[in-house]
Design a protein around this ligand. Sequence first.
Ligand code: SAM
Length: 270
Amino acid sequence: MQPKKKFGQSFLNSHMVAREIVRLADVSSQDRVLEIGGGLGMLTRWIAAEAREIHVVEMDPGLVRALHDVARGFSNMHIIKGDALTVDIPHVNKVIANLPYSISSGITFRLLREVEFEIAVLMYQKEFALRLVAEPGTSEYSRLSVNVQYYAQVELLMDVSADMFYPVPAVDSSVVKITPRKDGPFAKNESIFHWMIGGIYPYPNKNIRKALRIWFRNLGLNLELSQEVLKRAEEYLEGNEKLRSLSLEKLIHVSDILLEMISEELIVGP
Ligand code: SAM
């Protein structure tokens, strides 16, 4: 009897979480919403009740059938069967999801690079969410934080404890709001910025001088050139700052210096 009671309570809790996510996304009758991973339609129903239209992506054929049942109640609901990482995404202004955690990284970068949305309100595994919102100087500030914050402002909206669901998942979750940045600073060349972050951030606890040296050695470049990068950056950097402490602005300056050195043919770019 106990599990049944637990399921009933968790079902109600999941509904409350879904309703709260839709409220936090401030969905109105003007909004065209993309939902990723519709499942049984718990979140979908709340969105469909408020939005102008909802496009829900689901890859599991059984759950797609369940969503077709839900769609009978809503004329504004469109189902896209397939993998959210590869399907064509229609024009939307908001994205909402209780994400399948296995695609957290892939779908976040797909949205940021390929979809012109105003806001996304997404539920992630808590540890992942903490890295998304991390500020320089904290232990969670990582390559993911830098790469995502390059594109967007990211804000933690609420934590959702694992015991809100049944069966209880192994991890807690957090809901995050992502607002693409319209204003800079942006790197003069975005691919050089991401090339650099990919090269130096595997060593987040090293200082920038060491991380640049290791990266330049891996690239087969003259190590003195990594000194030259810091020399050109001396207005912004001393060189002994840990990568975990470097702001986006400072990293963008370093990437612009690399661009300068690539155009002077001192360095071969990506
Ligand atoms: N939205 C529902 C809810 O809030 O109860 C279900 C969320 S569940 C965490 C994630 C859903 O994403 C599952 O229904 C799963 O089948 C679906 N899914 C997993 N990987 C997917 C992918 N690559 N593309 C589309 N849907 C996916």
